[in-house]
Each structure stands twice: as structure tokens, then as C-alpha cells.
Design a protein around this ligand. Structure first.
Ligand SMILES: NC(=O)c1ccc[n+]([C@@H]2O[C@H](COP(=O)([O-])OP(=O)(O)OC[C@H]3O[C@@H](n4cnc5c(N)ncnc54)[C@H](O)[C@@H]3O)[C@@H](O)[C@H]2O)c1
Length: 262
């Protein structure tokens, strides 16, 4: 099924980490369906705008804001800049993520803290600031968190990442529970092993990871970027208006199998 090109017309969507591999695919999809998108990342304006242009994204429909979202003040600055440019925010995508691949017993405390700060703290700060702006502007909006199938399955050698995604899932459910009566919904998209970005880097550089991943995808191929972007399109659209507190799992069946020692 295809969505109409104007399915998201009139929506202002903010995405954090939007110049990463998956983020660019999501931004392109949302803009192609009529949304105005404020794109955040920590990249320079020049690098970010070059990337967005190279992906063929309509410059009129995007506003790039450089900000480090581990910082509450920079998060507030993002929200102000977003509202100033495109008006009230309807949807905020808490999408930033990072991973340090190594066995759990080799992680040190700083690596744990960094993973939690980049993945969970940024999601909390953006989710909170965006919700406050929606309440001030009288918007019945939505938060969407990018989690992962590994929020529920302990994929080896990324333990703190698994824990961070489980924390994001429960954070999403907490936003959904507390803000439902104010008309603000919260949901998550949980991708599988995607053919771009963090997983692809491991796939290309770590033969052990690749062997394990090849066994773990029931549908047999790495996840197409478009399948992730389509999940965001659906959740942002009015077709998902009655959904809150839900994880939309789009993982090619990865989570169906218990991990063996492949
Ligand atoms: N690649 C996969 O297979 C996969 C699978 C499931 C979930 N995910 C999730 O999808 C999201 C995107 O992953 P990706 O593979 O595109 O990674 P990516 O590294 O390509 O993108 C992440 C982006 O976040 C930005 N960023 C990092 N710290 C930031 C900060 N403090 N403030 C603002 N921006 C910051 C980075 O500059 C980068 O552009 C992550 O949440 C990731 O956990 C990825």
C-alpha cells in the first residue's frame, strides 16, 4: 500500500540525529510526503547540508539545526529554532544512537556512560522539551523513539546498547502513560539489522558479527532502509492516530529466534 504524497502535509516533524545513515532515509521519506522537517545533528552546517542535498531532499522543506542533544540547553535551543522556522512541532523523532561493539566484560564505566548519554539521555531531553512545546502550543502531538529489536533480545557484544534500547522503550511507554490525557502520544520504531549505518559498519568490518547476523535474519537479507522509513511514515500519518505506547517492530523476524552461539 502506498501513502498519498500529501499524507503528511501540514506537519512539522523534528528529528534528532537526522543526518545519519537511517535518519537521511527517514527525512527523505517524510519530506516526500509533504512534511516540513527540522533536522538536528552534531555535524557542521556545511557537512549536514551537503549530505541532505546529496540525498535529493527538498531544501525548502527542511531546516538544519546543529545541536548536541546530550545538553539540555542545546536541546531547548533546537526546540526554539524549530518553532521559529516552521511553527509548532507536531512530531518529535528521538532518533540519535551509537554503539561500541565489544564483549560486555571489556566495557569500562565511561563507555557505559557515553552509550547511555547518547542513546537515552538525548531521548529523554528531546522527548521532554518537545512535549513541553506541544503543551504550550496546544498541539496534540506525538513522540517517536528509535529503539531496536535488541531492546528485547540480548544480541552479543553490544550489551550496554541493548540496555539503552530497553531503557528507551520503557521511557517511551512512560511518556505515553503520563501524557495520554493531554493528547500527546508516544510510540517506537524497532528496526532489525539494517543495510546502512551502525549494523552495516559491523557487517563490513567484523566477520564474527557478519556470520552471526546472517544466521539471525529469518527473511534472509539485511533490512532495506526504505522499510524503516516506511514505518516512520505510517506512525507519523493519521492512519496511526489511535496508537500510543506501542513498539512497531520491523525486523525481518530477527526477534523470533533465540540467539545461539553461531
Ligand atoms: N543501523 C542499524 O542496523 C540499526 C538497527 C536498529 C536501530 N538503529 C537505531 O537507528 C538510529 C540511527 O542509527 P544509524 O545506524 O543511522 O546511525 P548513524 O551513526 O549513521 O546516525 C546517528 C546520528 O546521530 C548523530 N548524533 C550522535 N550523537 C549526537 C548528539 N549528541 N546530538 C545530535 N546528534 C548526534 C550522529 O552524528 C549521526 O549522524 C539509532 O538510534 C540506532 O540505534 C539502527
Amino acid at each position: 500500500m502506498a501513502f498519498r504524497d500529501d499524507a503528511l502535509a501540514g506537519l512539522h516533524i523534528v528529528i534528532s540525529g537526522g543526518c545519519g545513515a537511517i535518519g537521511l532515509g527517514i527525512v527523505k521519506k517524510l519530506v516526500a510526503h509533504g512534511a516540513n522537517v527540522t533536522v538536528n545533528d552534531i555535524l557542521s552546517d556545511q557537512v549536514a547540508t551537503d549530505r541532505l542535498r546529496q540525498h535529493g531532499i527538498d531544501a525548502e522543506k527542511i531546516n538544519y539545526v546543529k545541536a548536541d542533544l546530550t545538553d539540555p540547553d542545546e536541546t531547548d535551543t533546537l526546540i526554539s529554532a524549530a518553532r521559529q522556522h516552521f511553527g509548532p512541532i507536531h512530531v518529535a523523532l528521538c532518533h540519535i544512537g551509537m554503539v561500541i561493539p565489544k564483549p560486555l566484560l571489556e566495557y569500562n564505566a565511561d563507555e557505559w556512560d557515553e552509550t547511555m548519554a547518547v542513546n537515552v539521555r538525548t531521548a529523554f531531553l528531546l522527548g521532554s522539551a518537545a512535549s513541553r512545546s506541544m503543551l504550550e502550543d496546544g498541539i496534540k502531538g506525538q513522540l517517536i523513539f528509535t529503539t531496536s529489536w535488541v531492546a528485547d533480545v540480548p544480541w552479543p557484544e553490544i550489551g550496554p546498547y541493548n540496555a539503552s534500547k530497553a531503557a528507551m522503550k520503557q521511557l517511551m511507554r512512560s511518556f505515553a502513560r503520563e501524557l495520554a490525557d493531554k493528547g500527546i502520544r508516544a510510540n517506537a520504531v524497532a528496526p532489525g539489522i539494517v543495510s546502512v549505518g551502525l549494523a552495516k559498519q559491523q557487517w563490513d568490518t567484523d566477520p564474527t558479527y557478519r556470520a552471526r547476523a546472517q544466521k539471525a535474519i529469518p527473511l534472509g537479507v539485511m533490512q532495506p532502509l526504505d522499510s524503516v522509513a516506511n514505518a516512520f511514515l505510517f506512525l507519523c500519518s493519521s492512519a496511526a492516530d489511535y496508537m500510543t505506547g506501542t513498539v512497531l517492530l520491523v525486523d525481518g523476524g530477527c526477534s523470533l529466534y533465540p540467539m545461539d552461539d553461531a
